[in-house]
Write a protein that binds this ligand. Structure first.
Ligand code: F3S
Length: 648
């Protein structure tokens, strides 16, 4: 039987287990990436595990999230990241060089390789034919040390593309349509593979937009074949020798096939407050708008900035709109400066923002109270913009440009004439200048790592206790994101200082959570989090597990839990469990006394169920854990496991 693209790449990297859907396999990791928000902790963990040099083919440390230097904290982190990269064999991409995923596709991504990144949008690399997976920083640290990455051998969903996109409809509309089709849940353990004759009409940056926002489906990753389009892109990046062809065999099989005719797609929009809340732009036409932002790792490519600039050229932004543009990389910024795109945007009233995550992570451009903001980024969770009362919508650059000019929601096909659509073709040669990528030292042994006062140590965790006795310290609802658990924005500068950052856990849900946890911890009472569906969705932020661990959280019980967050909980020794009977969730209140007798025995012995006592009632919890998960939990997390030699 033939193989699909996913099977070809994964099977070539398996070092443990058998390739069978639903079973756990270990794969070797060729490349890693970190960004600064997750990177400092990943490298602190890399050091704590005692590795002396990265074992991967390529590892890159990007600074793109917290580039604002309003205090010493971020600058301290950057100095730490630069020195540790030099010492241990890691490339360092300086602030200003661009957003990790955009730069990685441009300068490092290689078809057929595996990439593990401590950022949930690492699947962007699937646009160039890699198996690119987002994970917690600790998993990335282990991979840098040469350890295997464990994942469920995936089910593969094929999205079969035919036809060609119409003017004013683009790659963002493709992924919004896919999100409408597969939604944001129920895709754990699957990989989305794109194929069909329609892919020939999508460039690598367009494919990367699609695989980037594929992260919102909850699938492990998304991938395109590596074909002639990929070869031309790599040639234009002067990396033609990195290319190889990877396509699905004619008789490859898939678990599901979704047919999508590109020529029938319309401009789409994700409405507040979920990337899965999809409508047609035409359905919300006339909605007043305050802010429009183009950029981010989803839509910051040369094509995206060029098309936006051409759409705006010779016109002016509506007076009620604040319009910002952030190129995804220095390469894009430089090329759009040279070709006049930036000048057209500035002339039209655009605000040119730094080449960084910026507005996407709530670090800049927080909208006004009750604002309506249209953005080309990939997430619109409640509060992520920095303004809780704002409504955030996600659209294509084409739709964003039309709205910025009209001052209200408008379908770009109605606003612009068909023949006005800017024809963009990929340059034969991109401008290559890697001067903001610092290469590691050949021998880093004499390099001193710079540790300012903001650089702490990963907190220690004792092995799992035999029994748990505590309280439901917090009860939260459905779709709690890692942004709810561990806010970013202005708090992110404390990411290397766990005791300080922990003060902000769940600050939006319960401002007293920190105090309650610390009081319990001192009194020897275990803290337990009770949650509804899709707990931990959103980013790969492992601080959403590290800080609760520091606060003495021992158990999280949810109706359902997201993949990366569940793995992070296990990595930091917190037991993840789900209710056998989902209705039991409604019977637990904040402050209830809880206990689980012999939880360590249950974890160690492979039990799939354990009983939790709530007052005088018994509630059955499911432990959906692999053998390795159980070993990690028993040891008190992955750092302990590496130190004890449980993990290679
Ligand atoms: Fe940065 Fe937003 Fe992408 S935070 S990595 S631009 S999802």
């Amino acid at each position: 039987m033939g193989q699909n693209v996913v099977q070809k790449i994964i099977d070539a990297h398996i070092v443990e287990g058998v390739p069978q859907a639903g079973t756990e396999v270990g794969i070797t990791i060729d490349q890693t990436l970190t960004q600064d928000a997750t990177g400092t902790m990943a490298y602190l963990q890399f050091e704590a595990m005692g590795f002396d040099r990265v074992q991967t083919e390529v590892s890159v440390s990007y600074v793109d999230h917290n580039t604002i230097q309003e205090g010493f904290e971020n600058a301290d982190d950057h100095a730490y990241l630069q020195s540790i990269a030099k010492k241990y064999g890691i490339y360092y991409s300086k602030p200003g060089n661009g957003i990790c995923h955009q730069v990685h596709v441009e300068r490092f991504g290689v078809p057929g390789k595996t990439l593990l990144g401590s950022d949930s949008h690492t699947p962007t690399g699937g646009g160039i034919g890699m198996i690119a997976i987002g994970a917690g920083g600790l998993d990335v640290a282990v991979a840098m040390g040469g350890g295997a990455f464990r994942l469920t051998y995936p089910r593969v969903v094929k999205v079969n593309l035919t036809g060609k996109l119409q003017p004013w409809v683009s790659a963002k509309d493709v992924i919004l349509k896919v999100l409408e089709e597969v939604s944001t849940h129920g895709n754990v353990g699957t990989i989305i593979e794109y194929g069909g004759e329609g892919i020939a009409n999508l460039s690598v940056p367009e494919r990367a937009t699609i695989t980037n926002m594929g992260a919102e489906t909850g699938a492990t990753t998304s991938v395109f074949p590596s074909d002639e389009v990929t070869r031309l892109f790599l040639e234009a990046q002067e990396r033609g020798s990195d290319w190889c062809e990877i396509t699905a065999d004619a008789d490859a099989e898939y678990d599901r096939i979704i047919d999508l005719d590109l020529s029938t797609l319309e401009p789409m929009v994700a409405c507040p407050h979920s990337p899965g809340n999809i409508k047609r732009v035409a359905d919300i036409a006339g909605t007043p708008v305050d802010q429009v932002l183009v950029g981010s790792c989803t839509n910051g490519s040369l094509r995206d900035i060029y098309v936006t600039a051409e759409a705006v050229a010779g016109k002016h932004i509506a007076e009620n709109i604040s319009f910002g543009i952030a190129a995804g990389s220095k390469q894009v910024m430089e090329m759009t400066a040279k070709d006049g795109s930036l000048a057209k945007l500035i002339a039209g009233g655009g605000r040119v923002l730094e080449t960084a995550c910026g507005f996407c992570i709530g670090n800049s451009q927080a909208p006004r109270t009750d604002a309506v903001s249209f953005r080309t980024s990939n997430r619109n969770f409640y509060g992520r913009s920095g303004t809780n009362s704002a409504d955030i919508y996600l659209v294509s650059p084409e739709t964003a440009a039309a709205i910025a000019l009209a001052g209200t929601v408008v379908d770009p096909r109605e606003y612009f004439a068909q023949e006005e659509y800017p024809r963009f073709s990929l340059p034969e040669k991109f401008d290559i200048d890697d001067s903001m990528i610092v290469a590691p030292a050949e021998d880093g042994s004499s390099i001193t790592v710079q540790r300012g006062p903001n650089i702490g140590n990963p907190p220690d965790k004792a092995p799992l206790d035999e029994s748990l006795c505590g309280e439901a310290t917090i009860v939260v609802g459905d779709k709690i994101t890692t942004d709810h658990i561990m806010p970013a924005g202005s708090r992110l500068k404390y990411r290397s200082n766990i005791p300080k950052y922990s003060e902000f856990v769940f600050e939006r849900n319960d401002p007293d959570f920190f105090k309650k946890c610390m009081k319990n911890k001192k009194a020897g009472v275990d803290n337990v989090i009770i949650a509804g569906d899709s707990y931990g969705q959103g980013s790969s932020r492992e601080h959403a597990a590290i800080c609760p661990m520091y606060l003495g959280v021992k158990l999280v019980v949810a109706r359902s839990m997201e993949r990366i967050h569940k793995a992070n909980l296990i990595n930091f020794g917190i037991v993840p469990a789900v209710f056998e009977n989902p209705a039991d969730y409604d019977t637990i209140s904040q402050g209830n006394t809880l206990s689980v007798e012999h939880i360590r025995d249950a974890v160690e012995s492979g039990s799939e169920r354990v009983s939790m006592k709530v007052g005088d009632r018994e509630i059955v919890l499911k432990l959906e854990l692999t053998d390795m998960d159980r070993k990690l939990l028993r040891a008190g997390g992955k750092i302990n496991a590496v130190r004890e030699g449980i993990l290679s």
